[in-house]
Design a protein around this ligand. Sequence first.
Ligand SMILES: *[C@@H]1O[C@H](CO)[C@@H](O)[C@H](O)[C@H]1NC(C)=O
Ligand SMILES: *[C@@H]1O[C@H](CO)[C@@H](O)[C@H](O)[C@H]1NC(C)=O
Ligand SMILES: *[C@@H]1O[C@H](CO)[C@@H](O)[C@H](O)[C@H]1NC(C)=O
Ligand SMILES: *[C@@H]1O[C@H](CO)[C@@H](O)[C@H](O)[C@H]1NC(C)=O
Ligand SMILES: *[C@@H]1O[C@H](CO)[C@@H](O)[C@H](O)[C@H]1NC(C)=O
Ligand SMILES: [Cu+2]
Length: 394
Amino acid sequence: MLLLTFNVSTLLAFFLTAVALATPLTRRGADDDFAKIALDNVYKVLNGTISDGSNHTTCTKANLAIRKEYGDLTIAEKNDYVRLVKCLMNTTSKLDPKSYPGAKSRYDDFVVVHMNMTPSVHGTANFLHWHRYYIWAYEEALRNECGYKGYQPYWNWGKYADPTTSPICNGDAHSMGGNGESVKHAGNNLGMAFIKVPAGKGGGCVRTGPFANTTVNVGPLAGSMDPALKIPNNPRADGFGYNPRCLRRDVNSYFTTQFIRPIDIANHINSTKDIGAFQDTLQTDTTKAFSLHTSGHYTIWGDPGGDFYVSPGEPVFWLHHGQIDRHFWIWQNQDPVDRVRQYKGGTLMMVANSPAGKITDLQELSVVTPKGRGAEPSKNLVSSTAGPFCYVYQ
Ligand SMILES: *[C@@H]1O[C@H](CO)[C@@H](O)[C@H](O)[C@H]1NC(C)=O
Ligand SMILES: *[C@@H]1O[C@H](CO)[C@@H](O)[C@H](O)[C@H]1NC(C)=O
Ligand SMILES: *[C@@H]1O[C@H](CO)[C@@H](O)[C@H](O)[C@H]1NC(C)=O
Ligand SMILES: *[C@@H]1O[C@H](CO)[C@@H](O)[C@H](O)[C@H]1NC(C)=O
Ligand SMILES: *[C@@H]1O[C@H](CO)[C@@H](O)[C@H](O)[C@H]1NC(C)=O
Ligand SMILES: [Cu+2]
């Protein structure tokens, strides 16, 4: 149900029953219409009007978590989120220091798990399902290990044509930190020789906002910043050595003004009914356009944000992949009966004809597996209101 207006009695009912309902967004584009359809369909799945093929016994409207856009959080909510991400950065690692000398904090544990799993969770059948579990594990770590009371926020790419002035990266006290310091540096072709992505106005260390002077410990492994910046190499070939250096960014509007506008997001949601095509076009750059996934990552760029393996070391990673998960959720829930359980694709990145992924394949999170959980088969990760999950996006 979407509450378009509040009156006194609905507000009272809201507080008395403590049922949090997602509230509609201000419409910015066709992508918001798709988001509304998705939310309405999830409510139908929860009240049994339609079935997405999962068991929703333990997830009800009453205990549903609502993930919000970062800019829609209150100042207190933003401050809480930032404080507890910093808490995770200041909590001791559970990894073996002999194998992972660079992993100093629980936050680093998440980065290491992504580095280890990169080839089996990108361009594969489980890309969206594994990352959904991974983001949820991070939300659980913030809540259970640091006492966060809220839920994982996301970054709606289309909302900010200039991300440097957005509530996420404007560098104020309630942001996720500002752009990097302005330093002279070259852009990068991101592997597409025919497109030279220009350098943005940052490129240096983040010096403003809550993540000013944040230290990155592991990597780089596949950095994409100008070598002239002389970002120190990791002492180990696997990137797990201790390599303390500043968090860098080159927040730019190159992608937000061409490839991840509201219309691009809407068109992608509406482009296919097939999960194979959906996940491929979400990740694959063409001669005409960078994909939504690539565009979000390189809007923040920097080190480690622009590193395919180490990118979760950039705190905005979690907001970007929150939006990737939301995008998947919106697409699935245009037609939950048909789409939620679709599962296609291989098991190894860049390996054409690698063995097909199966919906029973186990998704592992190693040392960042949430308490009381284990490896989960993908079939438990297809619905945001079944298996370990009970959340929707507002
Ligand atoms: C189920 O939820 C949908 C969407 O909010 C609503 O339109 C419908 O009336 C509900 N049906 C029942 C039986 O509760
Ligand atoms: C759904 O899950 C509940 C709680 O785990 C269980 O009691 C019930 O039997 C399940 N229903 C089906 C149809 O599998
Ligand atoms: C947490 O912060 C304290 C005080 O700044 C510091 O001494 C300690 O080393 C930090 N711990 C970790 C695991 O980062
Ligand atoms: C960050 O480090 C720079 C250079 O060492 C220093 O001048 C600045 O005061 C620091 N800023 C914060 C917010 O700690
Ligand atoms: C979605 O695509 C269909 C054609 O497949 C088109 O008729 C419809 O207008 C599109 N909707 C939006 C909102 O773009
Ligand atoms: Cu990833």
